[in-house]
Design a protein around this ligand. Structure first.
Ligand SMILES: Nc1ncnc2c1ncn2[C@@H]1O[C@H](COP(=O)(O)OP(=O)(O)OP(=O)(O)O)[C@@H](O)[C@H]1O
Ligand SMILES: [Mg+2]
Length: 247
């Protein structure tokens, strides 16, 4: 569904991506892992049109999207939830969510999308009239993911959805991401929580210095000596126990 091929790019004259290639198949959940400053967010930004790749190609749903305007990429069904849980604090939860439907002209469709977001995150429905600035970190992340879902995308890219959240909240967020993929969504997820990401994802990529360094099925990566030494300490958690889904 998404194919990134030899993408080179960066900011101004600073080259960050040095020929990154990555694929995500329809319905798959793929993890993009790597240390701080290795280019994970930059790669997502190149895909969603926030920066233009200098060379290489990005194909989504069979068509080239590299160089397209971000809003046109959203219209094609590819949405990025950026890092940092940014919302408009002075707007209510529901107002923030509705911003995600900016490309949707059909009001009935937007309203169905909102209902779906509330089934994924019931707490947001309870708090829909609350000002977003008063939410907890976990709830802010839910608003950001929910806002991304409001345009009913075919694929969503999540940049560190679990960052700076309490363990129980992380589990909540990951369970919901799992549920969203079970409903047919394709997901590319950047994570520092490598263990959880590899338990949830089917396939993983590790980026270093702007190129993919290691890739493979998640259950192999989790046992890969390089990945374990660099990113995982201790033992591998049990997938069913962690997700509580029996999946
Ligand atoms: N807007 C920007 N202007 C200039 N340089 C930037 C900008 N954003 C990021 N960089 C630089 O690009 C490099 C890669 O940054 P990027 O945000 O892609 O890393 P990351 O892998 O997402 O890291 P993190 O895990 O900390 O989020 C870093 O050296 C960073 O300082
Ligand atoms: Mg980042």
């Amino acid at each position: 569904m998404l194919e990134i091929k030899d993408v080179v790019g960066g900011y101004g004259s600073v080259q960050v991506l040095n020929g990154a290639s990555l694929k995500v198949a329809r319905g798959q959940i793929v993890a993009l892992l790597g240390g701080n400053g290795t280019g994970k967010s930059t790669l997502l930004k190149a895909v969603s049109g926030l920066i233009k790749p200098w060379s290489g190609s990005i194909t989504f749903d069979g068509e080239r999207i590299d160089g397209l305007r971000p809003d046109l990429i959203v219209r094609r069904g590819l949405v990025q939830v950026t890092q940092g849980k940014e919302v408009f604090p002075g707007m209510t939860v529901e107002e923030n969510l509705k911003l995600g439907a900016f490309v949707v002209r059909d009001r009935a469709k937007a309203s169905r999308a909102l209902d779906r977001v509330y089934t994924y995150f019931p707490i947001l429905k309870e708090r829909r009239q609350q000002l977003s600035g008063t939410l907890s970190g976990g709830q802010l992340q839910m608003v950001c993911i929910g806002r991304g879902l409001m345009s009913s995308p075919k694929m969503i890219m999540l940049d560190e959805p679990s960052s700076a959240l309490a363990p129980q909240v992380v589990l909540d967020i990951f369970r919901t991401i799992h549920r969203i993929t079970q409903d047919g969504m394709t997901v590319l997820m950047v994570e520092q929580n490598v263990r959880m990401a590899l338990l949830l994802a089917e396939y993983g990529y590790v980026i270093m210095d702007g190129v993919i360094h290691i890739e493979g099925p998640a259950d192999q990566l989790i046992h890969d000596d390089n990945v374990r030494l660099s990113y995982l300490g201790g033992t591998v958690a049990n997938r069913e126990a962690s997700l509580g889904t029996g999946a």
